[in-house]
Design a protein around this ligand. Structure first.
Ligand SMILES: [Zn+2]
Ligand SMILES: [Zn+2]
Length: 293
């Protein structure tokens, strides 16, 4: 299995000279089996260029898993060229809209409605299938299995565990470690604390045996203090999770929109010092990096 970061930025695209090394496109990961079968994790703006490349070898067949439908994870989809051409086969997987009680097809077609986009979903010419996901569902693609786990984010967000060619990669989508919303002394503090512990443990258990973790690590600890509840993790918390779950390789992603390449270098150097001897490899996800699992 190989994987390539097509988009590593969180929240909003951040193009420009200060983000060329770590990347300005929003979340998208290309995952390939050894035989070349294609899974795409999230459809941020990074999927646009992938789509252009794929059109060189038609027909395109791919499985796109959407962790959740915040803009930065679906932004590139209307610009994914394989959707427009007959003969291509695209299966889109993603969570339902629990408020409207509709499936992933409704969520995605909304962004292509007349006030937002010139082409409607009905005008797409590829063979498109939609599969609405549930928590802890295992999707058998034949060449790979993709299993979901509900993450902690202010949207229904499914982390995806991809098992393929004897290797396993887990991608969180966006995730904030579960935390106690009550203060010590509040009536519900202890009970809620138990729920928090259970959920964090369930995630750690789900990650055991995973070879590669690609995880939301948008903030430094000092930034997180004023951004609690926004649905994102920190460098340190993500690395702690990896250590607890016994992960071999970690890629920190969903980079803060305003973070420059030079600032990323400084953070990575600090983390390497502080986590020296931690027993696993970690790095920042960089747009364009093509890696072997
Ligand atoms: Zn996001
Ligand atoms: Zn999000």
């Amino acid at each position: 299995m190989r994987f390539r970061f097509r988009g590593t930025r969180g929240s909003l695209p951040a193009p420009g000279p200060d983000t060329v090394r770590y990347g300005g496109n929003t979340t998208c990961i290309e995952v390939r089996s050894d035989a070349g079968e294609l899974i795409i994790l999230d459809a941020g703006t990074g999927i646009r260029e992938l789509g252009i490349e794929l059109m060189a070898a038609r027909p395109v067949k791919c499985h796109i898993f959407i962790s959740h439908t915040h803009w930065d994870h679906i932004h590139g989809l209307p610009f994914f060229l394989p959707l427009f051409t007959p003969g291509n086969a695209v299966t889109l997987y993603g969570p339902p809209d629990p408020l409207a009680m509709t499936g992933i097809e409704a969520v995605l077609s909304k962004q292509m409605e007349y006030p937002h986009f010139p082409v409607r979903v009905a005008e797409l010419r590829a063979d498109i299938a939609y599969r609405t996901l549930a928590d802890r569902q295992a999707v058998d693609l034949g060449f790979a299995t993709v299993s979901t786990l509900l993450m902690n984010h202010p949207a229904m967000d499914f982390g995806c565990k991809v098992r393929c060619d004897g290797k396993t990669l887990f991608f969180t989508g966006d995730h904030e470690p579960y935390y106690n919303i009550y203060a010590p002394g509040d009536a519900d503090f202890e009970e809620y604390g138990r729920i928090v512990d259970e959920r964090n443990k369930a995630l750690t258990d789900f990650l055991r045996g995973v070879d590669i973790l690609v995880a939301d690590a948008q903030y430094a600890e000092e930034e997180y203090r004023t951004r609690r509840g926004w649905g994102h993790s920190t460098f340190e918390r993500t690395l702690s999770l990896a250590r607890e779950a016994g992960i071999a390789r970690v890629y920190l992603t969903h980079h803060e929109t305003t973070r420059t390449d030079d600032e990323m270098d400084v953070i990575l150097a600090r983390l390497r010092r502080e986590w020296e001897g931690c027993g696993f490899d970690f790095d920042m996800a960089r747009e364009g990096d093509d890696l072997v699992a």
